[in-house]
Design a protein around this ligand. Structure first.
Ligand code: ATP
Length: 261
C-alpha cells in the first residue's frame, strides 16, 4: 500500500517523513523523526555533531533503510521500498562528499556523461551531441559558473569548482529534489559566497535540502531552517526564529564557537 492516511498527508508535500527510526547496532541515529518538505523549498538542516543530519539524507536517497516509520515522496511513493537507483530515477539527486567527477575528462565531457548516464561509458562519450544537448550543457555551464572552463580538464579545477561541477552533473539530470551535505566545506570565502548564490539559483527550479555546519553561511543564505538534535527535529523556522529559541540556544547555538572556528 502506497497511500498515506489522508489525515496525515498535507496536499502537495514533496517529502513526508513520519516517526522514522534508524538503528545502527542498537544505537538510534534517528529517533521518531518527523519532517516534511514542500516543493520549491530551500531548507537548511543544522544541528550539533551526531544529530542525525547525514543519516536523514541517507534515508531520503535510500542508502539507509529505517527500522521504523514511513517516508513518502510526492504523497504516494514509499521511499523505504525503493532501491537507491530507483530513487534517483524518481528525481532525488544526492551529492556525496566523495568526488564523482572524471579528472582526466573536460568539464564539458563530465556534464555530457552525466546527461547520458543511462548509456555505457564508452558509448556516452562517442555518441554525437545533439544541439538540444549542447544548449542544455551551456545552460548548466553558465549556472555553475564554469562556462569559461568548459574545455579544461576537471582535475585542473579548484576544490570549489570541482564541487560546482558535481552539482552541475546532478542538475543536468533535472532532479526534483537535490540533497547536499556541506556543499561549501573546504571552500575559500569567495567560493563559499558563490555556492550560497548557486543554491538560490538552483532553488528557482528545484527543491533543495542542504546540511550546513557553518552558521555564518546559514545566516547569510537560509530561508527556512530545521534544527536536529539527538535523532529528531528540535525546531523549525526562519533563522531569526531559530536564534530566538531557547532549546536551540541550549543544544546548539550555545556550542556555536566550536563550529564557527
Ligand atoms: N553506519 C553507521 N554505523 C554506526 N553508527 C553510525 C553510522 N552512521 C552514523 N552513525 C552514528 O549515528 C549518529 C548520527 O550520525 P550522522 O552522521 O547522521 O550525524 P550528523 O548530524 O550528520 O553529524 P555531523 O554533523 O557530525 O556530520 C552519530 O552518532 C553517528 O556516529
Amino acid at each position: 500500500m502506497n497511500e498515506p492516511s489522508p489525515s496525515l498527508a498535507a496536499e502537495g508535500e514533496l517529502i513526508r517523513v513520519e516517526d522514522v527510526e534508524v538503528a545502527f547496532d542498537g544505537f538510534k541515529a534517528l529517533r521518531g523523526l518527523s519532517f516534511t518538505l514542500m516543493p520549491a523549498e530551500l531548507r537548511f538542516l543544522i544541528g550539533p555533531n551526531g544529530a542525525g543530519k547525514t543519516t536523514l539524507l541517507d534515508v531520503l536517497c535510500g542508502k539507509v533503510k529505517p527500522t521504523r516509520g514511513t517516508v513518502r515522496y510526492q504523497g504516494h511513493i514509499d521511499l523505504t521500498r525503493q532501491q537507491e537507483h530507483q530513487i534517483v530515477q524518481l528525481g532525488i539527486g544526492r551529492k556525496f562528499q566523495a568526488p564523482s567527477i572524471f579528472s582526466t575528462l573536460t568539464v564539458e565531457e563530465n556534464l555530457l556523461l552525466s546527461m547520458r548516464q543511462r548509456r555505457g561509458l564508452l558509448s556516452s562519450l562517442t555518441a554525437r551531441t545533439t544541439s538540444a544537448q549542447r544548449s542544455k550543457m551551456r545552460e548548466h555551464l553558465e549556472l555553475i559558473g564554469l562556462a569559461g572552463k568548459a574545455l579544461h580538464k576537471a582535475g585542473s579545477l579548484s576544490h570549489g569548482e570541482k564541487q560546482w561541477l558535481e552539482i552541475g552533473m546532478l542538475l543536468i539530470q533535472e532532479p526534483e529534489l537535490l540533497l547536499l551535505d556541506e556543499p561549501a566545506a573546504g571552500m575559500t570565502d569567495s567560493e563559499t559566497e558563490k555556492t550560497g548564490e548557486l543554491l538560490h539559483k538552483i532553488n528557482d527550479r528545484q527543491t533543495v535540502l542542504v546540511v550546513v555546519h557553518d552558521m555564518e553561511f546559514v545566516r547569510r543564505f537560509a530561508k527556512t531552517v530545521t534544527v536536529m538534535h539527538e535523532g529528531s527535529v528540535l525546531c523549525e523556522g526562519t533563522m531569526d526564529e531559530i536564534q530566538a529559541d531557547d532549546k536551540v540556544a541550549e543544544v546548539y547555538l550555545g556550542r556555536r564557537g566550536e563550529r564557527d572556528a
